[in-house]
Design a protein around this ligand. Structure first.
Ligand code: ZN
Length: 311
């Protein structure tokens, strides 16, 4: 079963069934003279991605670029496996993340530390990528896929220091990776996404402001799908971060930092309330409750602990 949709001219969204959950992981196929993928899903997503590419009428052998918005495993973990079927492809990655794809041991260990051994083991093996197949990207770099399709890379730190957003000229859209949070249930809910160890609130807010100035026509989310409500969603992403920030700031004022985790957890549950009990989103809700909210709460607390230490 493959779920693939043309979401903009020459851009296909392939549902990569991330963690076996439908409608949570987007991989995008750009079908131009040169063909490109944006993100890969985890290693176990590879078969869904390959099926999707073929269903769009494209041969995996003809993929020229595997672009990863950042190196977290749900975005780049499948790159090494996919390369086996894509002998021409270069892996395009932020210069700060490149070495972790070439030698993924530290990346995998850090993922285990954050998400647990069992969860990471279920995502398949992260294969190392040969150095000559990795293309490092800096802010402002471009890649031309065809006469009407020029990609431009934008440094987008905050969720992670190795995050890139990518603008595309054919439709005026922007691939946002995790920089604008997580959009689920057909854009009904937008959640902040700030896992440890790298979440940085200031950088997140700066990035969101910078993206708003680019005034894209559409946002292509990594989690999940596309939205035309660009400025509204960028504003909402900032507001959500602010809400979480307010909770922590208030607790610190009340000298109740020990209670922050409980308060943030309550906030996370409240934000998920609209999808609780929705049958078609059951597996997504379960993942959110079991893994996601613990990640975002831990990421937030770590950021503030370090901020307090610095003061
Ligand atoms: Zn991420």
């Amino acid at each position: 079963m493959v779920d693939i949709n043309e979401v903009a001219e020459n851009i296909y969204l392939i549902d990569d069934y991330l963690y076996s959950i439908p409608k949570f992981g987007s991989v995008y196929l750009l079908n131009e003279e040169k063909k490109a993928l944006v993100d890969t899903g985890v290693a176990t997503s590879a078969s869904a991605v390959l099926d999707g590419i073929r269903k769009a009428g494209v041969r995996p052998e003809d993929i020229a670029y595997i672009i990863v918005t950042h190196i977290h495993l749900d975005h780049a973990g499948g790159a090494g496996v996919l390369l086996k079927d894509m002998p021409q492809a270069q892996v395009v990655v932020h210069h700060k993340g490149a070495r972790h794809l070439i030698g993924p041991v530290r990346l995998v260990n850090s993922s285990i530390e954050v998400q647990g051994e069992e969860f990471i083991a279920g995502q398949g093996e992260v294969l190392p990528i040969e150095r000559h197949r990795v293309q490092e990207i800096h802010d402002g770099d471009t890649i031309r896929l065809g006469k009407e399709q020029l990609l431009k890379f934008i440094d987008a730190p905050g969720h992670a220091p190795h995050e890139l957003c990518i603008s595309e000229t054919r439709n005026g859209g922007l691939f946002v990776g995790d920089a604008v949070g997580v959009s689920i249930s057909e854009n009904e809910i937008l959640l902040p996404f700030h896992p440890p160890p790298d979440f940085d609130l200031e950088l997140c807010l700066n990035t969101l402001e910078r993206l708003a100035k680019l005034a894209p026509t559409v946002l292509y989310y990594a989690h999940f799908g596309v939205s035309n409500k660009v400025q509204e969603n960028l504003r909402l992403a900032r507001e959500k971060l602010q809400v979480w920030d307010d909770i922590v700031t208030k607790a610190i004022k009340e000298d109740a930092f020990d209670d922050v985790a409980r308060r943030l957890m309550a906030q996370a549950y409240a934000e998920l309330e609209p999808i609780k009990g929705v049958e078609s989103l059951r597996s997504l809700y379960e993942y959110m409750v079991k893994i996601y909210i613990h990640l975002v709460v831990a990421g937030h607390i770590k950021y503030y602990q370090e901020a307090i230490k610095l003061n």
